[in-house]
Design a protein. Structure first.
Length: 365
């Protein structure tokens, strides 16, 4: 017969409540944690996860749903979040929905039936109807990069409007007036925010936005290349372009090279994300960078906080203090925890700008 928690209690001299708290991810003093882990090793103790799940109504499993597995932005977030969740005793189940709303629905249904304790999702479906069953079951939802109105989950965003505004304003200050933008899909929250920032920067400087200077891509390399080609054909006098996504930045640069356009002599370029690609580009590309590690820490931290609230434990938020902005949704007065949870938090982080050699100052402007 295998060892039990009572055997661990006898060996360590600790109470069953402390030992149970350790195995269920609760807060345990460091000296007690060491005692328990030494006893587990000595007794060859193995946790019966199925039995524990039935008893606690927890599986210690977190679902992560992303639009594209091969997207660097998403991959970096997954890696960091998975490490944090694992350090708190949670395993992860990852699904790639390939930017398909139906695949996303199937992934959500699959994870719900596998009884994951919570889900981190970068939503593809702008309606988010498949998430309603998680809401009804009071299993926590943390959305990354995209916000869905009507879904009362927590949301981790970057200041997309501000990032686009700053990038375009840099181009204007360097004398550019005919500035194009490769925007994302019309139905994606972040894409709309970035396009809003682009237009706001122009209007703030007294420049009227022109529809022919904006082309929508689909957040892919091919989409970026096609949008760049269209912009150049429609606007041969365009002196600068802001590309609002990493994959589309790669595609745009490929098309620029194929067209024989010299950067920055003929066209100034500001891209989005992936420092390695920016450094490898010739000339070195100026880009907006997103804080992927902070996003992951905030997402995992908020999810753990929600799970601990449900278990009546002290919150274990890893990322607190790294957020640049907390909206009113994040700190809704003195509402009870149950109401806070239903309302959800929105955490907004600041982007950074990496200066390269891809922007030319227009003399006399």
């Amino acid at each position: 017969m295998g060892a039990t928690m009572k055997d661990i209690a006898r060996l360590t001299g600790l109470g069953l409540a402390t030992i149970s708290s350790y195995f269920n991810g609760g807060n345990v003093r460091e000296k007690n944690r060491i005692k328990i882990e030494e006893a587990v090793k000595e007794l060859n103790f193995e946790v019966n996860e199925v039995a524990r799940g039935l008893k606690t109504n927890r599986t210690k499993m977190i679902g992560i749903i992303i639009p594209e597995m091969n997207n660097t932005f998403f991959a970096e977030i997954i890696t960091e979040a998975e490490d944090i969740l694992r350090s708190h005793g949670y395993a992860t189940m990852i699904c790639d929905c390939r930017s398909d709303a139906q695949r996303e629905k199937e992934a959500v249904d699959f994870m719900f039936h596998r009884r994951v304790d919570g889900v981190i999702i970068m939503p593809t479906d702008p309606e988010g109807t498949s998430l309603e069953r998680f809401v009804k079951a009071e299993r926590p939802i943390v959305m990354i990069d995209r916000k869905i109105e009507g879904i009362p989950g927590d949301c981790i965003l970057v200041d997309n409007d501000g990032a686009a505004f700053d990038a375009v304003d840099r181009l204007i200050r360097d004398g550019h007036r005919r500035i194009g933008m490769i925007a994302g899909p019309d139905d994606v929250y972040t894409a709309k925010e970035r396009e809003r920032g682009y237009r706001r920067a122009l209007e703030t400087r007294g420049i009227a936005p022109e529809e022919q200077l904006v082309r929508n891509g689909n957040y892919t390399i091919a989409g970026g290349a096609a949008a760049m080609r269209g912009l150049r054909e429609m606007n041969p006098d365009m002196t600068a372009v802001f590309v609002s996504n990493y994959e589309m930045t790669v595609g745009a640069m490929m098309e620029i090279n194929d067209l024989g356009i010299s950067v920055p002599e003929e066209l100034s370029v500001i891209g989005f994300d992936n420092i390695d690609f920016a450094r490898a580009s010739i000339p070195r590309l100026s880009i907006v960078t997103q804080p992927t590690k902070e996003i992951a820490r905030e997402a995992a931290g908020v999810l753990l906080e929600r799970l601990n609230e449900g278990a009546g434990a002290k919150p274990a938020h890893e990322g607190r203090g790294s957020a640049e902005e907390e909206t009113e949704d994040r700190m809704p007065g003195n509402l009870p925890d149950s109401q806070n949870r239903k309302k959800g938090k929105t955490i907004k982080l600041k982007t950074k700008f990496m200066e390269g050699k891809s922007v030319k100052k227009i003399e006399g402007k």
